[in-house]
Design a protein around this ligand. Structure first.
Ligand code: B12
Ligand code: SF4
Length: 441
């Protein structure tokens, strides 16, 4: 199973390896790898994002392993690297079964199958679809129509089965053995990620979370999550956990139970999670701090009431101002995401966002440029022509090339994005002046 980096461009040229090390292993591959492993298949996961090995070097590693199936996690940033490696892989051994999973395989399945040599796309939650597929392949069975969540070829036609059944009881999934990846993920801390839920109870119109993981929000029990933390702590010495849920703080009772258990059991693990501006108060924040919560990742998105409503964010500017003040006072680090250039925004909306960025207290801003992603309501609402005009080679969350707004010129939008980055840089300087990561993490 491969987690590829952004190392090859569209023309197949090598790109510089920029990210030296990422502190979090790819959890999706670990989950599917663990399920296969527990069913008797031998699995290895290779994370190119942390080793930086180029595709030719990676091919040598793959040749030594001599696998019969290779799985790829395909996202925007590793798309061209994926296609380059896929070509090399099939040139070496055309009989290797190449399977795509994750975002591209879910929302661009037919296109991937038409334009590349992938043999299968696994759409959505991958654990059981992949297990069924690998079982069929190992038994040399060629009838795939009964496997939900699969796109495959049959008599030169591309066929897709219905979406997979969502995994209702997440507690039944095995805890992924992080050693399926032979790499010591360590920056300041020895860290890993945990997912306590799948999908998201909210329906922000720019977000594809629920479409990827299947409609309907599901959550593991607190006990099951604590069991995973203990296992990680005892087996791998993990002392930092990133909760990568859509919204970790959604249910205050869950957060209370979780924090109280960590405190009662005196578990010395720091953690960071995703949060929203409308479900935190002083009591919860104090409890989270006491339970070693070191950081929160929040989506402010916009400082315009009109935009917040248009994207169905279900928060107000007042929620943002009040809660960011409370978080700052609690001593928990906050990373605040903003989104520039949403389709219905006008100049006043963006200026409101810049004003709010200057006003609120946060440690770090994460400035993103809007992309209409397949799987989102805003993408579905576009006209067929507008959709066709999207140049996927140019778009990205950090790209100045994105332009999906008919009220502001691209030049003005770019100037606003530059201003947002300047505000973010000033916030970062203040954060660093006051001790930076070391004081808060
Ligand atoms: C944690 C996280 C990170 C972490 C860790 C990344 C890692 N090593 O995995 C960090 C902070 C390092 C990170 C960095 C980046 N990330 Co990130 N990240 C996430 C996040 C929040 C959670 C991923 C996760 O663990 N999910 C939980 C697992 C269980 O679910 P899953 O990955 O979807 O896997 C399931 C299915 O998709 C499927 N599946 C997945 N892979 C495969 C493969 C096969 C073969 C099969 C069959 C099935 C399958 O089965 C899995 C189990 O059901 C996602 C958001 C999201 N919800 O996906 C963004 C996300 C993946 N990241 C994103 C981006 C843009 C980035 C960056 C490029 C940001 C940047 N500009 O630097 C970098 C890229 C770094 C790099 N070079 O890889 C985007 C990708 C957008 C896209 N559609 O392509 C996402 C979707 C967030 C977003 N903004 O929308 N990220
Ligand atoms: S943006 Fe966050 S809160 Fe909104 S739907 Fe996506 S994951 Fe949920």
């Amino acid at each position: 199973m491969l987690n590829l980096a952004n190392l090859v461009d569209e023309q197949g040229h090598r790109k510089e390896y920029l990210i030296k090390q990422i502190a979090i292993p790819p959890l999706g591959l670990l989950y599917i790898g663990q399920v296969l492993n527990e069913n008797g298949y031998s699995v290895k996961i290779y994370d190119q994002t942390v080793t930086g090995a180029n595709n030719s070097e990676l091919m040598e590693i793959i040749k030594k392993m001599n696998p019969s199936v290779v799985g790829f996690s395909v996202l925007f940033h590793n798309y061209w690297t994926t296609l380059d490696l896929l070509k090399k892989l099939k040139a070496w051994n055309p009989n290797i079964v190449a399977i795509a999973g994750n975002y591209f395989a879910t929302f661009f399945a037919e296109q991937l199958m038409k334009e590349t040599e992938f043999d299968f796309c696994v759409r959505g939650e991958g654990e059981y679809t992949l297990l069924q597929l690998v079982t069929q392949l190992s038994q040399n069975k060629q009838n795939f129509s009964g496997i939900k969540g699969l796109t495959y070829r049959e008599n030169n036609l591309i066929k897709s089965t219905p979406p997979p059944e969502k995994i209702k009881n997440l507690d039944e999934l095995p805890i992924p053995d992080r050693k399926l990846i032979d790499f010591n993920y360590k920056l300041q801390h020895k860290s890993t990620s945990i997912l306590t839920s799948r999908g998201c109870p909210f329906k922000c119109r720019f977000c594809f979370f629920s479409a990827l993981m299947g409609k309907g929000w599901r959550r593991r029990s607190v006990e099951n999550v604590i069991e995973e933390i203990k296992y990680l702590f005892n087996t791998y010495d993990i002392d930092f956990i990133d909760f990568v849920d859509g919204t970790f703080t959604y249910d205050s009772n869950y957060v209370r139970e979780f924090c109280s258990t960590l405190i009662e059991q005196e578990m010395n693990v720091k953690w960071r999670c995703t949060a929203r501006y409308n479900n935190l108060n002083k009591e919860i924040l104090d409890l989270m701090k006491k339970a070693n919560c070191a950081g929160l990742y929040l989506g402010l998105e916009s400082g315009s009431e009109r935009t917040l409503q248009a994207v169905n964010k279900k928060i107000t500017v007042e929620d943002i101002t009040r809660t960011s003040e409370l978080i700052f006072k609690s001593g928990i680090l906050s990373i605040t995401a903003v989104m520039m250039g949403l389709p219905q925004e006008n100049k006043k909306d963006i200026e409101d966002t810049l004003q709010l960025m200057k006003k609120i207290k946060t440690d770090i801003f994460d400035v993103n440029c809007y992309v209409p992603l397949p799987g989102t309501e805003l993408y579905d609402n576009m006209t067929e022509d507008d959709r066709k005009n999207i140049d996927w080679r140019k778009v990205g969350f950090k790209s100045y090339g994105n332009y999906f707004n008919k009220n502001i010129s691209q030049k003005d939008l770019q100037a606003y994005i530059t201003e947002a980055h300047e505000i973010a840089l000033n916030a970062l300087k203040t954060f660093q002046k006051h001790g930076g990561w070391k004081t808060k993490m």
